[in-house]
Design a protein around this ligand. Sequence first.
Ligand SMILES: [Zn+2]
Length: 103
Amino acid sequence: MTTLPINLPECDPRARFFPREWKESYFRRHYNAVVGGYICPNCNNVFRGVVGLRQLHADHKRPMSRGGLTVWENMVLLCKQCNLAKGASLDESKLEEAYQSAD
Ligand SMILES: [Zn+2]
């Protein structure tokens, strides 16, 4: 059962990447008004505005290599440093960088 917020495009659960719209929506939904930005759940650094959003990577909570799907419930935004530090998905991180710079 998926709980995709309205106005977001559907995504193939087998797709390697989360749609940009999902990432932006997640960022807005988890915006912390006290600190004025998004707090990386891993390192607690604060990321603000468009620049902050660019430093965040949409990550699979459960990696695809372990059966995780590209669904809303399985998405989390981590900062670049934390995402890269996870290591397990190094190739995926590189690919996502390529994806993000393709703007
Ligand atoms: Zn972080």
